[in-house]
Design a protein around this ligand. Structure first.
Ligand code: GUN
Ligand code: ZN
Length: 431
């Protein structure tokens, strides 16, 4: 099976060093040649057209931009149905809106339907990989992985562990949390394009004993990830210091249990100090910035530069349903606005890097995804800027690629996504 896509092509090659020095490769008239779901070659149309076998069919999209599939580093699939819940900050929001909804996901059929709808919406947004919270129900994870596997998607997820401060029907115990996670890891790890993330919700809903059990899971299954929340909200941080009086900081409660590793993704991480940054940088841990959620829940202003310049890896997540938009384009626009409030900047290059190669590197998946280097899996997205009415006017005049990507971050969303390919196969209905 082969496919040749001709369009403007934009990606960060392996030679790009970091988010702070993000330097993309732009081919205004490029060609991506895909064979058996992997990148066979990338080049200018002028050069590559000579090399293609004679009868190769070409899909030509003038005025479109082809980018690698976007990577959402923190999102809750069961919360898609409760986006835009009014009027609270984190802790009340969890009790009033989130926990009641998550109880429905013990029902396998319900969870499967929601997971399928969630994944289809992700693909419509151009997101091809995500690190996803399920709920504490084993069924919610089986449902998600089954749906992701059916779509041949590279997805990461895991069962939520929580043994306190939540409704009883959502709680497990340290032993049950361990056993159910281990069973799911054995069942799903490495199946197709799936990976497992051990997922304690956050320190307030896990006892000391449960965090230790999570640490044990990471030792027993070293190829899994750790996915949790950290220092999102001021009241939450105060609560953690009461619950973990022995810990120097919120991060330290995780560190003492062995959770701060180079495969650990901590969502939010707004309220951290220099010592926390140092620990995370030394361990190679990742902090996931979730700007739309931080604005919606009034959590605070994260500094991307602060984390990056301390040597901490950074990703970007939509954090649905604390976040209000499943589009990573729009989430990058929110990230820009948050950095403006923090008196810093975020260039379109840096932003797109964080949602593509940067995320792939942080997740240690850059041998598979994140750019268009030869041999990588061909997950890609075709952007049609003229589908955004406000942008259409702008396009009547010449526009540089960085201005165009920036305008797509600020004005764009799923309307700008014309097609998403998963390992070279179209995921959206062709037009
Ligand atoms: N902290 C603990 N659980 C959650 C959640 O579901 N969403 C967000 N944004 N923060 C959390
Ligand atoms: Zn979250």
């Amino acid at each position: 099976m082969q496919r040749c896509i001709r369009a403007a092509i934009l990606h960060f090659p392996d030679s790009c060093r970091s988010a702070l020095e993000a330097d993309w490769e732009y081919l205004p008239d490029g060609l991506l040649w895909i064979v058996d779901g992997r990148i066979k070659q990338l080049g200018t149309a002028e050069a590559l057209l000579q090399e293609l076998p004679q009868n190769t069919e070409l899909e030509h999209y003038p005025d479109h931009i082809l980018i690698p599939g976007l990577i959402d580093m923190h999102v809750h699939y069961p919360q898609l149905e409760m986006i835009a819940a009014y009027g609270t900050q984190l802790l009340e929001w969890l009790n009033r809106y989130t926990f009641p909804v998550e109880q429905k996901y013990a029902d396998k059929e319900y969870a499967s339907r929601q997971a399928g709808a969630f994944l289809d919406q992700l693909l419509a947004q151009g997101t091809t990989t995500a690190l996803v919270f399920a709920t504490s129900a084993v069924n919610s994870v089986d449902a998600f992985f089954e749906q992701a596997h059916q779509r041949n998607l590279r997805m990461l997820s895991g069962k939520v562990l929580m043994d306190r401060h939540a409704p009883e029907s959502l709680c497990d115990t340290p032993e049950r949390g361990y056993d159910e996670s281990a069973e799911l890891i054995e069942r799903w790890r490495g199946v197709g394009r799936l990976d497992y993330a051990v997922t304690p919700r956050f320190a307030p809903t896990s006892s000391d004993a449960q965090l230790s059990a999570v640490g044990q899971l990471l030792v027993d299954y070293p190829d899994t990830y750790l996915h949790t929340h950290l220092a999102e909200n001021v009241d939450e941080c105060a609560w953690v210091s009461e619950l973990y009086p022995e810990s120097r900081s919120y991060l330290d409660a995780y560190k003492q249990a062995g959770l701060v590793t180079d495969r650990a993704v901590f969502a939010h991480g707004i309220h951290l100090d220099a010592e926390d940054h140092k620990s995370m940088a030394e361990a190679g841990s990742i902090v996931c910035h979730c700007p739309s959620s931080n604005l919606f829940l009034g959590s605070g202003l994260f500094s991307i530069n602060g984390a990056l310049s301390a040597g901490v890896q950074v990703g970007v997540g939509t954090d649905i349903g604390g976040g209000t938009n499943l589009s990573l384009l729009s989430t990058l626009g929110d990230a820009y606005k948050v950095q403006q409030m923090a008196g810093e900047g975020l260039t379109p290059q840096q932003a797109l890097y964080l949602a593509t190669l940067g995320a792939a590197r942080a997740l240690q998946l850059d041998a598979q995804i994140g750019n268009f280097e030869v041999g990588k899996e061909a997950d890609c997205v075709l952007l049609a800027p003229d589908r955004i009415p406000q942008l259409k006017l702008r396009l009547e005049h010449p526009i540089e690629i960085d201005e165009l990507i920036f305008a797509l971050m600020i004005l764009g969303d799923e309307r700008a996504v014309r097609q998403t390919w998963v390992m070279g196969e179209p995921a959206l209905a062709p037009e």
